[in-house]
Design a protein around this ligand. Structure first.
Ligand SMILES: [Zn+2]
Length: 361
């Protein structure tokens, strides 16, 4: 008896969940807000759920019958952001970046600081006061401060995290938010757990500290000891026609509206051939649009998962988003829907033969 006929969908409930996840603060190493949302929602449906020493959530959803494959899916809870490191005498806060953020993105941005989401701004010198030379140069992060007004007192301390203050919006066919990387993956994994097919044991890792070097996934994969793994992430769509003032954009990575991005290679992983074929064949058989993410920079949790224990066949599937690691990203609802459909359909087709050595060689 399987429940393969039940398919996940994306409607107002799922969009509401994504909104909650994107608006939560979970800068690497302090993922508690997102963890709380996931734990609350997943407790009723999990066969086992635990939080490990680093803060990863490990959810097990067992299938039924014999010949089940142990499939790990990973989505990272953390996001890029800032850490307050020092209060100056004039009540301004020095900060460091957590994860990859271009410093040119920072001056003048509104932020939310600490567990109480206190409002502040990364101060910027007004254009009236800057020289032509200053406008050409980058401002160093060490020269920037978070300004929260003189009354802030001791409510903010070194170690507190801050995020961009962007609030989630639906813009027609698009969603605009901070932290789409990787709340899109988190929301997708939460839906897949609800509709996990019987032919697999679904081992779901909601990981910590991906943005600072895939740290949580390493211990999560060790604990789960899966037979295969997929990292669910969001990857940059570098698809605007005139990027960087060049005549033509010849560096497409992924594009919006082209469906889930299947990985063949990134900086951290060469995808397992069997898994790439399985995803592509599933998409073609089911008529789900898909694209291959073009190799290049970046990596996902698969980068450490595949090197765990004696090796774990791995790949990644991402929802493409524009402007990742800035204050606001843009993704398409349809790309999210198709990512969820592809992953669910692919999981329903997993059999032990998928991992047969002959299929790789
Ligand atoms: Zn990511």
């Amino acid at each position: 008896m399987t429940n393969n006929h039940k398919k996940p969908e994306i409607g107002p409930n799922q969009i509401g969940l994504l909104e909650k996840l994107c608006n939560a603060t979970a800068v690497s190493g302090d993922e508690y807000e997102v963890r709380k949302i996931i734990l609350e929602a997943m407790k009723p449906i999990a066969d086992e759920i635990k939080v490990d020493a680093l803060g990863n959530i490990l959810v097990t959803k067992l299938g039924g019958g014999k010949g089940r494959v142990r499939v790990m899916l990973a989505a990272h809870m953390d996001e890029i952001g800032f850490m307050v490191v020092k209060k100056d005498e004039d009540n301004l806060f020095e900060f460091e970046r957590v994860g990859g953020i271009d410093e040119r993105q920072l001056p003048g941005k509104a932020v939310l600081v600490g567990r109480d989401h206190l409002p502040g701004v990364i101060g910027a010198k007004p254009i009236h006061m800057t020289t032509a030379k200053e406008r050409k140069n980058k401002i160093k992060v060490s020269d920037m401060r978070i300004d929260m007004g003189p009354e802030i007192g001791d409510r903010v301390k070194p170690g507190d995290r801050a995020t961009f203050a962007t609030r989630f919006r639906v813009l027609g066919p698009s969603i605009c938010a901070k932290a789409l990387d990787d709340r899109l993956g988190v929301a997708t994994l939460m839906e897949l757990l609800k509709y996990a097919p019987e032919n697999i044991d679904l081992l779901a890792a909601f990981t910590v500290q991906e943005e600072v070097g895939l740290r949580g996934a390493r211990v999560a994969a060790y604990a789960f000891d899966p037979e295969m793994a997929i990292a669910l992430d969001s990857t940059p769509a570098n698809d605007l026609p005139h990027w960087d003032d060049e005549d033509e954009n010849v560096q497409y990575n992924t594009r919006l509206d082209a469906g889930p991005a299947i990985y063949v290679m990134d900086r951290a992983t060469i995808a397992d051939r069997r898994l790439v074929n399985w995803l592509r064949e599933t998409a073609e058989d089911c008529g789900i649009p898909y694209q291959f993410r073009q190799p290049g920079g970046g990596g996902t949790d698969a980068g450490v998962i595949h090197k765990t224990r004696s090796g774990i066949p791995s790949t990644s599937v991402s929802v493409p988003s524009r402007y990742l690691h800035t204050a606001a990203g843009i993704a398409r609802l349809d790309d999210w829907v198709n990512t969820l459909s592809l992953l669910h359909a692919a999981l329903c087709r997993v059999t032990p033969e998928l991992l047969a050595v002959e299929r790789r060689d």
